[in-house]
Design a protein around this ligand. Structure first.
Ligand code: AMP
Length: 183
């Protein structure tokens, strides 16, 4: 299985910008816009994801609203497979299934089209997002993939915050791969 080389890791890590106290005091926001507009870092990242996942026999990539769309759609196109958006509630026009998850304060909800993964059961899906923190969003997304009749083969994140237990909890449901771990 292909993992990131030290050189690739350094290039990607250096391209991600830390914004302190955004969107509120105490949070260090990992800004991936500086990865996206850095052509070398973006290419290194996408090449790595392509090399890793070309052997997985995937049928779809499911990306989480909104930054998961960017990496997910680019990777789906490289792999020659379909892309499925998992969106915040109220954005998808056809019949959806939805899943609620807890935030620090309150709840949120994400949705997927009921027929997003085709008619056959058990389509092989990779879930992707930019970052996993508490894991609430990714857990709900993995549940939706399952409820829509598909199989979440792996969840992939550019950044994993290991000081929260999101990745550990998600591992009970699906394999988890994060490129850059923040301790
Ligand atoms: P969670 O459900 O707690 O794992 O949060 C994951 C979602 O929130 C992802 O879609 C991230 O884009 C976003 N997110 C959470 N924490 C951060 C952070 N420190 N920096 C950037 N994005 C974050």
């Amino acid at each position: 299985m292909i993992t990131l080389s030290e050189t690739e890791r350094k290039i990607i890590e250096a391209s991600i910008r830390d914004i302190k106290d955004f969107p509120k005091p105490g949070i260090v926001f990992k800004d991936i816009t500086t990865l996206l507009n850095n052509k070398d870092a973006f290419r290194v990242l996408m090449n790595h994801l392509y090399q890793r996942y070309k052997e997985y026999d995937l049928e779809y990539i499911a990306g989480i609203d909104a930054r998961g769309f960017i990496f997910g759609a680019a990777l789906a196109q490289m792999l020659g497979i379909g892309f499925v958006p998992i969106r915040k509630k109220g954005k998808l026009p056809y019949t959806t299934i939805s899943e609620k998850y807890s935030l620090e304060y309150g709840v949120d909800e994400i949705e997927v089209h009921i027929d997003a993964f085709g008619e056959q059961k058990g389509a092989r899906v990779l879930l992707i997002d930019d970052l996993i923190a508490t894991g609430g969003t990714a857990n709900a997304a993995a549940t939706l993939i399952h409820q829509a009749g598909a199989k979440c083969v792996e969840s992939c994140f550019i950044i994993g915050l290991t000081f929260l237990d999101g990745m550990e909890k998600l591992k009970e449901k699906t394999s988890v791969y994060s490129l850059i771990e923040v301790h």
